[in-house]
Design a protein around this ligand. Structure first.
Ligand SMILES: [Zn+2]
Length: 114
């Protein structure tokens, strides 16, 4: 079970309509950041996504946008096959990252300050 799944469980009892998981995105004008931890070396890689052209419209009901890309950090050659689904406010609904996992903005800030 990935960290996302654990957090989703924590929030699933709240009954707050759309099941977006807060805390995974930092919005930045026309883009937003998500943070991906490499399972192999532990590096956390900030990934900036442009809302205008990097986020595709959903192919099916249940989410509004998605991104699908290969992400590679600077410390090793682990290529993480990343797919993230977002709601219409560009909040994370679901992520599937082979070889890595999403971390929250808060975790990323804590790692940076250590
Ligand atoms: Zn790595």
């Amino acid at each position: 079970m990935g960290i996302f799944e654990k957090i989703k469980e924590l929030f699933s009892g709240s009954g707050q309509g759309p099941k977006a998981v807060g805390g995974y995105t930092r919005h930045d004008g026309q883009g937003l950041y998500v943070y991906i931890r490499c399972d192999r070396c532990g590096e956390v890689i900030p990934l900036r996504l442009r809302k205008t052209d990097e986020m595709a419209r959903s192919e099916e009901p249940g989410y509004e946008f998605f991104v699908q890309k290969l992400v590679m950090g600077n410390q090793c050659f682990n290529r993480m096959d990343t797919r993230i689904e977002f709601d219409k406010r560009h909040e994370v609904l679901h992520s599937d990252i082979k070889g890595g996992s999403l971390v929250t903005v808060q975790e990323y800030e804590q790692l940076r300050s250590e």
